[in-house]
Design a protein around this ligand. Structure first.
Ligand code: SIN
Length: 285
């Protein structure tokens, strides 16, 4: 990583000691210089989720920024923005009860090759509420005892989209209002190491999550549950987290291999409209 004192095109303000930093001095609607990209990349690796304020992005500009990082994953469950299959809509209307992402998770862990990161852009947010929490899976792993680390090392876990997006929830509010659909796509499960070596940083991180992990490989669901629940509680200790308050024009770019996130559902009666682009990742080991 770079020495942060050498940043010349970005300003960085950490929002917690664990994870997350706001990046200033950048207009994401413009083509960024190689230096700016290198510095943003360094901050992304270092802080695992980076935030930008006061941006004004057309879908084309959002896509152009995302494509500087790699290929875009076309979301197979979320309703896309009309005419832009690469841009998924994350919407909660005033009369809706459930939100998207309202529990701790990491995006796309149910894919064989899980997503690298997600870039979420806020168009309309409530005056108060609708914050997003992030937790560092580096700290979650590093703070485990040597005994627990030894037990988890070499374990693999199954991740699935079936119970979240599949046919069994076909009739619930999510699918009825069209925000989430394509239950037929929720057919594949994926097996990943419980402790991964992060492909970009080389640091070890905990890689299970409450929404999508179903069991350890070779263990039953019942046998897996107590240990998974311990890890879920451990992984959300407040000292591993940060909390981001959105404003219209805010952008969050998070690392799905190094963090969990949780979209607060505390703004009933208000509208929240976000555009999300998800980036393809690399096989995990
Ligand atoms: C998500 O889980 O991708 C949505 C996060 C949010 O809306 O804050």
């Amino acid at each position: 990583m770079m020495d942060i004192a050498t940043y010349s095109e970005i300003e960085v303000r950490r929002i917690s000691t664990a994870v997350g930093a706001e990046i200033g001095g950048i207009d994401l609607s413009r083509e960024l210089s190689e230096t700016a990209m290198r510095e943003i990349d360094d901050a992304y690796r270092r802080y695992s989720v980076i935030f930008f304020r006061d941006q004004a992005l057309t879908p084309e500009q959002h896509i152009a920024f995302a494509e500087r990082w790699g290929s875009i994953n076309i979301n197979r469950f979320f309703k896309p923005l009309d005419g832009y299959p690469m841009v998924a809509q994350v919407i909660k209307e005033p009369d809706q009860k459930d939100n998207i992402g309202g529990d701790w998770h990491t995006d796309h862990s149910y894919d064989q090759v899980p997503a690298m990161g997600s870039i979420l852009y806020a168009l309309e947010v409530p005056e108060v509420g609708g914050d997003t929490l992030f937790s560092s899976m580096y700290l979650a792993y590093e703070s485990l005892s040597d005994g627990m680390k030894a037990m988890l090392q070499g374990l693999k876990a199954w991740h699935s989209s079936r119970h979240v997006f599949g046919a069994s929830i076909a009739d619930d509010e999510y699918t009825k209002d069209g925000r989430i659909g394509n239950a037929d796509n929720a057919t594949q499960d994926a097996l990943h190491p419980v402790v991964i070596t992060h492909p970009l940083t080389g640091r070890k991180a905990l890689y299970v999550n409450k929404d999508f992990t179903v069991r350890f490989d070779g263990w039953t669901v019942e046998e897996s549950k107590p240990l998974l629940e311990y890890l879920y509680a451990h992984g959300t200790r407040p000292e591993f987290t940060c909390r981001f308050q959105w404003r219209p024009g805010s952008v969050a770019f998070w690392d799905n291999r190094a963090t969990w996130h949780y979209a607060m559902n505390d703004y009933h009666g208000h509208r929240r409209i976000m555009h999300r682009i998800t980036l393809e990742g690399a096989a995990l080991s």
